[in-house]
Design a protein around this ligand. Structure first.
Ligand code: HEC
Length: 152
């Protein structure tokens, strides 16, 4: 009997893993995805702050990279059981992310929308227009982090 229960639990674990990968891997990939997003927002910010280094091609490349990651379906990296655990480091996601899925989804959708908008504006916009949209995007990062990510 015990053995049978173990088998059922083990099998449902396998089914979940087939959808989104083992929990540690989900955490590792989402931490990598956000770190990559952070690298790209960092290089946009440094160019907006230092006009002498401004290079629109690089801004376009960074904005497209952020939009691509935003559109890649990051939500599937927050599977069951990934509220706790260690990827590259212990996860910083807060329990509220899983307890209030509608709010978490709304935060993710706001980020997607503004990331796509930044990619659109970066292609043809002036530095001032890019700066305005970059602040709008940054607000969506801060808003999700303040609700759903542990503070450092
Ligand atoms: C929908 C919510 C959400 C949005 C939007 C969001 N983040 Fe995050 N971010 C998180 C969560 C949750 C973590 C913690 C992930 C973990 O440790 O499992 C995180 C982690 C990070 C990290 C640390 C990654 C690491 O090395 O572990 C960086 C950097 C980061 N986010 C930057 C950003 C930037 C920049 C934006 C906006 C352009 C952004 N995030 C938008 C939820 C979000």
């Amino acid at each position: 009997m015990k053995r049978q229960i173990f088998c059922i639990v083990a099998l449902s674990g396998v089914a979940a893993a087939a959808v989104s990968g083992p929990v540690e891997e989900q955490i590792r990939i989402r931490q990598s995805a956000y770190a990559f997003i952070g690298w790209n927002t960092g290089r946009i910010k440094s160019q907006l702050d230092h006009p002498e280094s401004y290079n629109q091609q690089q801004i376009v490349a960074a904005a497209n990279a952020i939009a691509a990651v935003a559109n890649s379906g990051l939500g599937s990296l927050f599977g069951p059981g990934s509220d706790k655990g260690t990827g590259w480091r212990p996860t910083k996601v807060r329990p509220e992310f899983f307890q209030k899925p509608d709010e978490a989804k709304a935060a993710a959708l706001a980020f997607n929308k503004e990331a796509n908008e930044l990619a659109r504006i970066a292609a043809t916009g002036t530095p001032a227009e890019i700066k305005t949209q970059f602040s709008t995007l940054s607000e969506t990062c801060k808003s999700c982090h303040s609700k759903f990510r542990e503070r450092d």
